[in-house]
Structure formats: structure tokens, C-alpha cells
Design a protein around this ligand. Structure first.
Ligand SMILES: [Zn+2]
Length: 282
């Protein structure tokens, strides 16, 4: 009997690797078809080495990087929504009419409903309501995926897009405050102090969840090699001397073996915890 599909919905190439590479690899290895939606090609992200890309080619290069990571994770299909990276908050790319944040909700939700009704996932994962650190595209894919999760199940909405489908669960990928605590300690151990002053890291630390807010902590220690391969695919985002390299090698067992999720739908009994995304689902 085929295993039920898993659908991940993120905004940029590399979001999936930070939040869910171990999860994707785990369920792919168990035989679940894993699908990955990426809203943009990360066109205004970093270029770690000018030999790898120019601002004009970055989108195409990052598409290839994502396909490389998807292969490492065992993802069945990568689906681009074909919008443009909106850039960090209050930067010039926010104003580009092609930017993901400027696309009417109805248009994006229509695309997502069509994908959900085609793939018919049992479980969908997207960003949490903070978008990790408030990146405008992260907040947008969170908002639209939440809307599409419900709209796909509603026969009165988008009747031309196929048979309605109610996915059984919606999860938000979450980062804990204790992760940032451990991250900071390990960064110091490998000799990186500057990270403490990074405004994005500071914001993520503030927005992180308490351990007891987490509904599911998934042990992905068996998939650390695959996760590392996926990280290394995103070469434009990590230079060869990026502290992440040293950190991963020095502290991967402490920092990267568990991926955390909040259950957004349906509500969980108070105090209950899940041990598996598909727990209790046939
Ligand atoms: Zn991102």
C-alpha cells in the first residue's frame, strides 16, 4: 500500500534545508512521496563567491542548488511557484511588482489549491507564523499555505481545480529558544563571536519557541549526512569558510539531530505530544 504523501511549502531555496531536510529525508526513506513547493528562486539572496553567480543568474543557479538538495533529501518533485524573491524587509526588491509579497493572495492560493488537489498530501509543512525571523516571503508562504490548506478541502471553492482534498494535518516548522542557546554556545566554541551581534540571529532568538510549546520533535540523526549534503548544495548561500561548516562538523549531533514542529491543524489535546508526522494516520 502506498505511503501517504508529504508536502513542504517554503519561500526560498535553502529554507527547506534549515527547517526540514532531516524530516524530508526520513519520510522519503520510509517510502512517503515528498513534494517541495518553493515560492521563489531566491533571486536576491547572497552570492558567496562571484564565480558561482551574478545577480542576473542567481535565480537559475539557486534553482539548480535546490534541485541538488532535493535529490539529497529524496524529494520526489520540486514545484516552483515562479514568483520573485522579495528580499529582506524594507529593501528595494520589496517594490518589484514580480515580488512574491506583491502577488494577490487569490492568485497564489489558486496555485496552491491546484497543487494540493493534485498531490493529495496527508501532511503539509510550512513556516510558523513568525516566518522564522520575519522575512516577508516566509510570512507570505505561511499565510497562503494556511489559507490553501483549508480552501483545498472546500468543495465550494475553486471547483474547476479538481476534487477537494482535506489534508489530515498542517504543521509549522519551529525553532526553539534552547536551540539558539546551544547554537550560541557552539559558535563560541568554534571561535565565532560576531554571530551574537547579528540582527537576524537576535530576532530569531527572540521569536524562538519554548520547548514545551513544541508538538513534535523528530529525531533525524540517521539523516545527518543527507542533511549536510543538502546544505552543501546551497553553495551561493554558504561560502567555503562560512562558520556553518565548522559548526556542522563540530556540533552536528547537538544542533542538527532534532527538527521541531507545531501542529497547526487539527488542535491537539492539551499536554499531548506527537512522535511522528503521520502518527495515527493510515
Ligand atoms: Zn528564506
Amino acid at each position: 500500500m502506498p505511503k501517504p504523501p508529504l508536502l513542504l511549502a517554503y519561500a526560498h531555496p535553502d529554507d527547506e534545508t534549515f527547517g526540514s531536510a532531516g524530516t524530508a529525508a526520513h519520510y522519503a526513506a520510509l517510502g512517503h512521496p515528498v513534494y517541495l513547493i518553493c515560492a521563489t528562486r531566491g533571486e536576491v539572496g547572497q552570492i558567496s563567491d562571484p564565480a558561482l553567480a551574478t545577480p542576473e543568474t542567481l535565480g537559475a543557479v539557486r534553482e539548480a542548488e535546490l534541485r541538488c538538495a532535493a535529490e539529497a533529501m529524496g524529494v520526489e518533485e520540486v514545484i516552483f511557484l515562479d514568483y520573485r524573491d522579495s528580499g529582506m524587509v524594507d529593501t528595494a526588491p520589496n517594490a518589484d511588482p514580480r515580488a512574491f509579497i506583491n502577488i494577490p493572495a487569490e492568485e497564489v492560493i489558486t496555485k496552491l489549491v491546484g497543487i494540493i488537489r493534485r498531490i493529495r498530501p496527508a501532511v503539509i509543512i510550512t513556516f510558523d507564523p513568525t516566518g522564522g525571523y520575519g522575512h516577508p516571503d516566509h510570512l507570505a508562504i505561511y499565510r497562503h499555505t494556511l489559507a490553501a490548506f483549508h480552501a483545498a478541502a472546500n468543495a465550494t471553492q475553486f471547483p474547476a481545480l479538481g476534487t477537494p482534498h482535506q489534508a489530515s494535518r498542517l504543521f509549522f516548522a519551529a525553532i526553539t529558544k534552547s536551540f539558539f542557546q546551544a547554537w550560541g554556545e557552539e559558535m563560541q566554541k568554534v571561535g565565532v563571536e560576531a554571530e551574537q551581534d547579528d540582527p537576524i540571529m537576535e530576532q530569531m532568538r527572540q521569536l524562538g519557541y519554548e520547548d514545551d510549546q513544541i508538538d513534535l520533535s523528530l529525531d533525524v540523526s540517521e539523516y545527518l549526512e543527507r542533511k549536510w549534503t543538502a546544505f552543501q548544495c546551497h553553495r551561493t548561500q554558504f561560502s567555503a569558510d562560512d562558520p556553518m561548516n565548522r559548526l556542522y562538523l563540530a556540533a552536528r549531533r547537538r544542533l542538527f539531530t532534532v527538527e521541531h514542529y507545531l501542529l497547526a491543524y487539527p488542535p491537539l489535546d492539551l499536554g499531548a505530544k506527537l512522535t511522528d508526522l503521520f502518527e495515527g494516520l493510515s
